[in-house]
Design a protein around this ligand. Structure first.
Ligand SMILES: *[C@@H]1O[C@H](CO)[C@@H](O)[C@H](O)[C@H]1NC(C)=O
Ligand SMILES: *[C@@H]1O[C@H](CO)[C@@H](O)[C@H](O)[C@H]1NC(C)=O
Ligand SMILES: *[C@@H]1O[C@H](CO)[C@@H](O)[C@H](O)[C@H]1NC(C)=O
Ligand SMILES: *[C@@H]1O[C@H](CO)[C@@H](O)[C@H](O)[C@H]1NC(C)=O
Length: 359
């Protein structure tokens, strides 16, 4: 008996030393985007009024607010957990820690630069003090320029990009009506995406995942827009999101052609969302129209946590946690689909992307 236990332990030790610690090739993830990815950057930015750093945000998973705009983890968080490398810190938190000496180096598992409310247009929610995608890129560039991130780490890193929902939503806001046509507006957004990919590649990114927008016209907050329908999604807004998504898909497809040694992946968040919207019960959802937390029509007229808000008993049966954002349950299903599925992520899923060796 004892001998068997001993040989078992021996076998375990051998198998650990022979098998690499991870069945993949990723040590870090660098994340750029808006509230769908923000892990607390806005919270650490005193200039910024787009916040979710108060209860009941974070109540389901972290059990306290973290600055994330949901009740738990985001897609970026889940993917990092699937990778087994731990959730990335917000850049501004890491920066403050380096400055005040409570840490000596930037984290080796990557950095989250995403800022809620931001977009591809610099002007998008600039009055709220958000960090637009260009400035997120600049923050990363500065770290690289100052050798605060090891260049060799980038070969073992994934780069996530997701932005544009706020640009599309704001296009339809009644004040300050846009002068560009919807098509021209989307073209400008796509030019910014191309610029982002170009810059991130030059800085050393090789495995780049671009995520589509969801059906922005379905968010409960559409009730803030005069004339938007309540009993169905806002078609004009969804059309704009779809046009943008088509462009992003093309950009992702062209990444390996345009940038030697690189791989581009496109995650179709839009299609995944639609699946939940049309077949909620097969995805454990009972409510795909209203926000769990908020107030007013569709609970879309007041931010969750603000004075007078209401909250549902079962957040994870809701597609939407608050007026703009999915629940952790939605994010979890979405993450699984992007990580290991083959229907909504092209040409390979994130698991296969992580498994590639880049030299
Ligand atoms: C906040 O605003 C000040 C003054 O405009 C600026 O110097 C600082 O960099 C800003 N901080 C952040 C985190 O954006
Ligand atoms: C350093 O900054 C971090 C992030 O803002 C903060 O949590 C921590 O308390 C600070 N530590 C010191 C010693 O000031
Ligand atoms: C969805 O949730 C809202 C808010 O809790 C509720 O008023 C509405 O009736 C629910 N809709 C369905 C279809 O269950
Ligand atoms: C990971 O890479 C190995 C070796 O290249 C391959 O055999 C395996 O099928 C890959 N796994 C996935 C999930 O792509």
């Amino acid at each position: 008996m004892e001998r068997r236990v001993a040989s078992c332990v021996f076998f375990l030790l051998v198998s650990i030393s022979v098998t690499p610690a991870f069945a993949h090739n990723v040590q870090a993830v660098f994340i750029f985007g808006d509230s769908l990815f923000d892990a607390g950057n806005n919270h650490y930015n005193n200039n910024c009024s787009a916040q979710a750093d108060f209860p009941p945000y974070g109540s389901t998973y972290f059990h306290h607010p973290t600055g994330r705009f949901t009740n738990g983890r985001t897609v970026a968080d889940f993917i990092s957990q699937f990778l087994g490398i731990g959730i990335q810190k917000p850049f501004l938190e890491a920066q403050q820690e380096v400055i005040n000496g409570s840490r000596t180096e930037y984290p080796s598992n990557g950095i989250n630069f995403a800022s809620a409310g931001s977009g591809l247009y610099r002007a998008t929610n600039s009055d709220l003090g958000v960090t637009p995608i260009q400035d997120q890129l600049q923050q990363f560039q500065t770290l690289m320029d100052q050798n605060l991130v090891d260049r060799k780490l980038l070969e073992k890193s994934l780069f996530f990009f997701e932005s544009g929902s706020n640009d599309v939503f704001n296009y339809f806001l009644p004040f300050d009506p846009p002068t560009l046509t919807p098509d021209a507006y989307v073209q400008t957004m796509l030019t910014e995406v191309e610029h982002f990919v170009d810059q991130i590649y030059k800085l050393g990114a090789r495995r780049i995942a671009l995520f589509s927008l969801g059906p922005v016209g379905c968010v409960p907050a559409r009730t803030l827009i005069p004339g938007a329908p309540v009993n169905r999604c806002f078609g004009k807004m969804n059309r704009m999101a779809k046009n943008y998504n088509k462009g992003v898909e093309n950009i992702a497809k062209n990444i390996p052609k345009k940038y030697p040694g690189s791989v581009g992946v496109f995650g179709s968040v839009y299609s995944i969302f639609q699946l939940y919207h049309t077949t909620p019960s097969s995805h454990g959802m009972s409510n795909v129209t209203d926000a769990c937390c908020g107030d007013g029509t569709l609970r879309g007229m007041l931010q969750c946590g603000q004075e007078g808000y209401k909250i549902c008993d079962n957040p994870n049966e809701y597609l939407f946690w608050d007026y703009f954002h999915p629940s952790e349950h939605t994010y979890k299903l979405m993450s699984k689909s992007l990580w290991a599925g083959n229907k909504y992520v092209h040409p390979i899923n994130l698991k296969a992307l992580a498994n590639l060796t880049i030299t």
